[in-house]
Design a protein around this ligand. Sequence first.
Ligand code: ADP
Ligand code: MG
Length: 361
Amino acid sequence: MAGLKLTNVAKSYGKVSVLKDINLDIKTGELIVFVGPSGCGKSTLLRMIAGLERITGGTLEIDGARVNDVPPAQRGIAMVFQSYALYPHMTVRDNMAFALKIAKMPKDEIDKAVTRAADILQLTPYLDRLPKALSGGQRQRVAIGRAIVRDPKVFLFDEPLSNLDAALRVATRIEIAQLKEAMPDRTMIYVTHDQVEAMTLASRIVVLADKGIAQVGTPLELYERPETEFVAQFIGSPAMNLIAGEVIKTGETTTLRVAGGEITASVPTRADDLGLKVNVGVRPEDMVPTEDGQGLYSGEVDIVEALGEVTLLYFQKDGAAQGVIAKLPGIHTGLRHRKITLTADPDKIHIFSHGRSLLYH
Ligand code: ADP
Ligand code: MG
């Protein structure tokens, strides 16, 4: 029901520029996730879309109409914050009904809206409880319920789960995915710093950095084809390894010389890339130990973290590669202080020059 279009949107506080040249087309029914380092402007961008923060440059359109100067209440948007701030002396029902009562909605319509929201959020058994008698996850659902009753075209979420403990975060994340499915025509924009939330919830992820958009794409596009070293290292945990190398053969595939030997990547390069000094990027989960003695990287295992489902190997730092990490499936013991050579599948190797992926040049 509502698409959003941001054209050259900018924000500055006085002379201090916080965001600039934000261009983004959000289709009706998408769930867009904003990620980026702390302080990069995620909340500011969300608040500008909500109308809680003035847009200092560019245009914001909702359903094709410019809304830069439209007050928040008339934008058809509802926002859910990290701190759910329920009214402590009101029941769940009254918390959800409050905004509608203020808007003088007829009582039977309010009841209908609250019943529907409680049903979607599985809060029906708790409607007559006070917030203090609810768990953190239930309270956050009430906060989401307050947004749902207003039947907005666009939902904005600013790190809604970051106050919850790990188990509740997982449960509530799945509920948000189900909520989205129950409302396929509602557009949602969701800010998080949680990798898993971003990867699992988003139809597309917007990575923000340096006052602008670093890359927009589906979760797997960003994971498999990051345009820059920054995006490569921001998406995925632990971050992608970067190892210094040199292009020694170009063509449909590329051969690289690295400290560990020679390795081939399924990345096409041009003849004039020969001799290029690059960073070779491989995700920890794509690092494969080899007995070959030559490959991508050889080093001594410094620290082992056995997590059960995976084992993380941290290698000693050296000049060619800062803090290489390998993530091996399953349990591995006795690897500490061992010298190990790692290689990688040609399809899993990324090549960066001056911070940009050669896939895109
Ligand atoms: P994020 O949500 O990505 O962590 P924010 O949107 O909260 O980041 O903040 C983006 C930047 O804007 C930060 O550098 C912050 O210091 C700055 N900022 C936020 N509000 C104000 C304000 N009222 N005056 C000046 N600078 C602000
Ligand atoms: Mg924020």
